[in-house]
Design a protein around this ligand. Structure first.
Ligand SMILES: CC(C)(COP(=O)(O)OP(=O)(O)OC[C@H]1O[C@@H](n2cnc3c(N)ncnc32)[C@H](O)[C@@H]1OP(=O)(O)O)[C@@H](O)C(=O)NCCC(=O)NCCS
Length: 185
């Protein structure tokens, strides 16, 4: 699947994207908010593309590019064994603070509710990750619980705030914004 927004394109990952993934995920300030390997090796990138490079009905990992094709990060939405819709997002530090996170998170939620048929999305953020907290609450996410997660970049267990975004809350938010969303096969 391909999703187009006003400034971005979300598409399947390709082997040729591995350098961009390594660049983004080897940035400590990015990795300390994630569970991705650190340092992130070429073999990690190859294994990731092998596993998630092709979309299947319950597993969508998207490379995110600007309109000119520059990779800025990635996002995902997958259904786990408990039937929960979950996933994540990362953006290369060079592109933070431009509203891209909110644009991607909105497009991803629209896709999950409209195309995948989700009723609610379960996400999370480490308790020190203000940007992610704000990005998630901006589109209707609410704090829902707490769990502990190991963060490879920090080398310790961290406190993760679990969040829920319901279809109802997202649709209220979506109705209040002027958003460009186009889904293509
Ligand atoms: C989290 C992340 C995706 C946000 O992307 P982004 O493009 O920088 O986000 P946006 O520009 O849309 O801004 C999101 C919010 O952060 C706020 N923000 C911007 N700079 C900030 C700062 N220095 N401190 C705290 N919040 C900040 C924005 O104002 C916005 O909140 P608002 O809507 O209430 O104004 C990005 O920082 C990232 O990839 N971080 C590393 C990986 C990560 O944390 N992933 C999420 C794991 S849960």
């Amino acid at each position: 699947m391909i999703i187009k927004t006003k400034r971005l394109v979300l598409r399947e990952w390709r082997k040729s994207d591995i350098d961009a993934i390594m660049h983004g995920l080897n940035e400590y300030d990015v990795a300390k908010n994630l569970t991705t390997p650190f340092p992130y090796t070429r073999a990690d990138g190859e294994a990731f593309i092998e596993k998630h490079g092709t979309h299947t009905s319950g597993d969508y990992h998207f490379a995110v590019t600007t309109i000119d094709g520059t990779i800025i990060g990635g996002t995902s939405i997958s259904i786990n064994d408990d039937g929960e819709y979950h996933g994540g997002i990362w953006i290369s530090k060079d592109f933070w603070g431009l509203g891209y996170g909110t644009e991607i998170w909105t497009a991803r939620a629209k896709f999950a509710f409209d195309y995948m048929g989700a009723d609610a999305l379960i996400n999370g953020y480490y308790d020190f990750n203000d940007r992610s907290r704000r990005m998630q609450s901006r589109i209707g996410g609410r704090d829902y619980g707490v769990k502990t997660n190991y963060c490879p970049a920090l080398g310790v267990d961290v406190r993760e705030i679990v969040t829920i975004l319901t279809k109802f809350d997202f649709e209220n938010y979506y109705a209040s914004i002027d958003f460009t969303y186009e889904l293509c096969d």
